[in-house]
Design a protein around this ligand. Structure first.
Ligand code: LMR
Length: 394
């Protein structure tokens, strides 16, 4: 059975993680995988998380199974965090999943069972695991234009022209905030226009919310999602606590379906729980318990929000500092977009060959499409990265 097997290639982000680990150079700079780093290059456990874990350690008296959909308290707190008052909570079906990727997978599994003929519309570009999972499940997929190569901003006209071709039941996959990989986000007017389009065509929005709080703030980052949820009868969402709670390895995610009414939500919740059962039975509990402990305690919530703000500000400062340094060393405004885009990522605009040279000659690791994780920059590395970029890209 295994004799003729060739292992599937991991996607490019995972390949790059391995290449970075294998690189013996001491001055290498990791701007690849989307993991937050402090100014000394660490990905620490957040203080609010440590405090919640301590509370859990003191009070948890069982590791028995919870529920196929995960803990009801976690689901309720997350629904409030994401949607606030935008929709009646009883229209929201939800299940905990192993991370945001697990949520993307479970949502698409459900779509495959309910509307296997649906086409999933993804932005060009998008996170590589989107097309990978869609392809793996054998669902149809089409791309819509997203970035204007000239301005580095949104290609609004291209996006809306492409999305005008959606059919009833198709899914429009949107990034809630901090678009991965471009850092180019939709304005509220864009969200409204997409809502109108979905109302006209019967297409269903599918929001991937992996970076809530990394852009402008929790409410600001959720504003588009909430606006859309208030407009459309049905919507899907994959949420992640990996980045904003720093719970990467604990795999805390949530799959949500906004349904037309409470009855439909009840049935959909049952479907999500059943799908969990088929794939892994019970979702991981620890990370979700940490999240609900934090969000259920005003003091811990305050601490968490402060820490989240600190991370966000650091990423914004890194953007500004790199844009300024690049302006200084190249003498051009060609990198000013770094300062207007938001969240963890931007595309630097390097060709694949330039990305190779940045890595090979300068130890600067970008994803192959030239995506840069701005959280990986530090005061010390910004001048080095800028010099390398100027040398390689001009
Ligand atoms: C990323 O885009 O780098 C992160 O979301 C990590 C991952 O799983 O790809």
């Amino acid at each position: 059975m295994f004799e003729t097997l060739t292992a599937p290639q991991p996607d490019k982000i995972i390949q790059l993680m391995q290449m970075f680990r294998d690189d013996p150079r001491a001055d290498k700079v990791d701007l690849g995988v989307g993991v937050y780093r402090t100014s000394d290059g660490k990905t620490p456990v957040m203080k609010a998380v440590k405090a919640a874990e301590e509370l859990i350690w003191q009070t948890q008296d069982s590791k028995g199974y919870v529920a196929l959909a995960g803990d009801a308290g976690y689901l309720a707190t997350m629904k409030r965090l994401i949607f606030a008052e935008a929709v009646a909570q009883d229209r929201l079906a939800a299940a905990a999943t192993p991370g945001g990727t697990g949520a993307v997978r479970q949502v698409l599994e459900m779509v495959k069972r309910l509307t296997p003929e649906a086409t999933i519309w993804i932005s060009a570009p998008t996170w590589p695991n989107h097309p990978a999972i869609i392809g793996y499940l054998g669902l149809a997929m089409r791309e819509y234009r997203y970035v204007d190569a000239e301005t580095g901003g949104l290609d609004r006209a291209g996006m809306m022209a492409d999305l005008a071709q959606v059919k009833r039941g198709d899914l429009v996959l949107l990034h809630a905030c901090c678009h991965n990989p471009t850092g180019v986000d939709l304005t509220l007017e864009d969200w409204r226009a997409i809502g109108d389009l979905c109302l006209e065509t019967g297409a269903i929005p599918f929001v991937d919310m992996a970076y809530l709080g990394f852009g402008e703030g929790i409410d600001e980052d959720a504003a588009g999602t909430r606006l859309l949820a208030g407009m459309v009868p049905e919507m899907l969402l994959a949420g992640s606590c990996s980045k904003n709670f720093g719970l990467y390895r604990d795999r805390a995610g949530i799959a949500v379906a906004l349904c037309g009414n409470a009855g439909a939500a009840q049935a959909t919740g049952g479907m999500l729980a059943w799908l969990n059962r088929q794939n892994f039975a019970f979702p991981p509990d620890h990370g979700t318990r940490v999240v609900q402990t934090i969000l259920g305690d005003a003091g811990l919530t305050g601490l968490w929000r402060d820490e989240l703000r600190e991370m966000r500000v650091r990423m914004q400062e890194n953007r500004a500092a790199l844009a300024a340094e690049l302006q200084r060393v190249t003498g051009s405004d060609g990198y000013a977009f770094l300062n207007t885009q938001c969240g963890m990522f931007s595309l630097l605009g390097a060709t694949p060959d330039e990305v190779d040279r940045l890595r090979g000659e300068h130890g600067v690791y970008l994803v192959f499409d030239s995506r840069m994780n701005v959280a990986g920059l530090t005061e010390e590395t910004i001048p080095l990265v800028a010099k390398a970029v100027a040398e390689v890209m001009g």
